[in-house]
Design a protein around this ligand. Sequence first.
Ligand SMILES: Nc1ncnc2c1ncn2[C@@H]1O[C@H](COP(=O)(O)OP(=O)(O)OP(=O)(O)O)[C@@H](O)[C@H]1O
Length: 276
Amino acid sequence: MLEVSGLNHRYGQGERAHVAVRELSFSVEAGELACIVGPSGCGKSTLLRCIAGLIPPTEGSVRLHDDEVTGVPDDLAVVFQDYSRSLFPWLTVAKNVEFPLRWKKIGKRERAQRAQEALDAVGLAGVGTKFPWQLSGGMQQRVSIARALASRPALLLMDEPFASVDAQTRFDLEDLLRRVQREQQSTILLVTHDIDESVYLGDRVLVLSSSPASIVADLTIDLPADRDQIATRESARFVALRGEVARLLQGKQGQPGTATDEAERELTASPGDVPH
Ligand SMILES: Nc1ncnc2c1ncn2[C@@H]1O[C@H](COP(=O)(O)OP(=O)(O)OP(=O)(O)O)[C@@H](O)[C@H]1O
């Protein structure tokens, strides 16, 4: 679905140039939920902007279904962190969700139907006639997600989408995203700086180095598909995976597999076990 090859992005030129992204290559398969985790300021948003066609990469290429991305593709949607600035306050919730569909020349009746379906999917069936400012922050971010889903994008990009909501709402939105992604078989690339969130949400986690961003690991998250905010986060496998991501982020790259295996052994050993 998505192929990023040899991507470099540099802001400015000459001595004052700042390299934000360096030699990034990876692909995302259709139906996959891939998370990108990296330290603050490492270049995550720059990478997403290049993928979304909002800025041209200095070098390298981004391909979506084999077509080179040179501007914002029609079948791509982006959800940003700042929901309060991404919704139009003068439009109702339903009209906000319908808005991008106007540009796709979709008729009025189908626009209304798709908006209603998307609002149903995010648990906001009854709020279409309200205005964004009448909703809580978490509800506004659900509206942003509904708007992205209504356009049925081939690829949904999410830039720290849950960073501005409280912890409980964040858990609810994470579960909502996994449910909707599985129901609709959407392809999602989500950027976060939260290690636990990346492991909880992802089928895969791409770990980025500090600035300039380059990939230090591409981990398959082999947790069961049905995840639970308490049981999954308490499981030995989750704890081992998040430990591995944390070590990679700190640049402590142990021998492949050993860190995870050791962490897991420690956690699964019964209290009476004597270490060898
Ligand atoms: N328009 C710009 N012009 C010059 N430098 C920029 C520009 N945008 C970003 N940068 C720089 O590029 C680097 C990467 O920024 P970017 O926003 O991509 O990082 P990030 O990982 O998304 O950060 P955060 O996690 O804090 O949101 C930073 O050092 C930033 O200062």
